[in-house]
Design a protein around this ligand. Sequence first.
Ligand code: SF4
Length: 194
Amino acid sequence: MRRTPELRVSDLRQYHYCPRVVYYQYVMPVDKKTTYKMEKGKAAQEELEELEKRRKLKAYGLENGRRRFNWWLHSQSLGLSGRPDMIIETEDALYPVDFKYTRGRPQKNHMFQLAGYALILEESEGRPVEKGFIYLIPQKDAVVSEITREKKQECLQILDQIRDMVENEKFPDPPSTRAKCVDCEYQNYCRDVW
Ligand code: SF4
């Protein structure tokens, strides 16, 4: 059965960061402000993709593997699609990888994004996906994420929550910490927060 509305894997990350970000995208599309951090992240990401094609897999703790870029993932039964920054394919496993331009450690919302890719890959490729990586661009370091059954289950629950929010046009509360709003591209629309 086709799940609607069709969602993107990045919605999992954004919903966990702040549900309003996803609400604005689906229920009340608005012009958003591109932040300096986003521009910088995109440029660094393009550069990294070129470098990755030549680099060894040591940063990921892997001996061998093939890097795959621009692999669009889609699952009709999950109603979910997305494109990881990279997928490493070895003889017996697949690892989704996301590049992040951040100085901090990866957050839980980044891990949800990897778990979303894992759900689609497991369905389309018919093999378990139990690990992924967040590559921290400034530190040149890859952080492994265990993609457990519980995490995948949590992702499925979040997808249900997003669909409920969108279908019933439920405007969510802001996050408990206003620090998240400082770099947010939607801050012009959250007048109750400022
Ligand atoms: S400004 Fe704050 S409350 Fe509004 S969408 Fe951004 S993070 Fe959420």
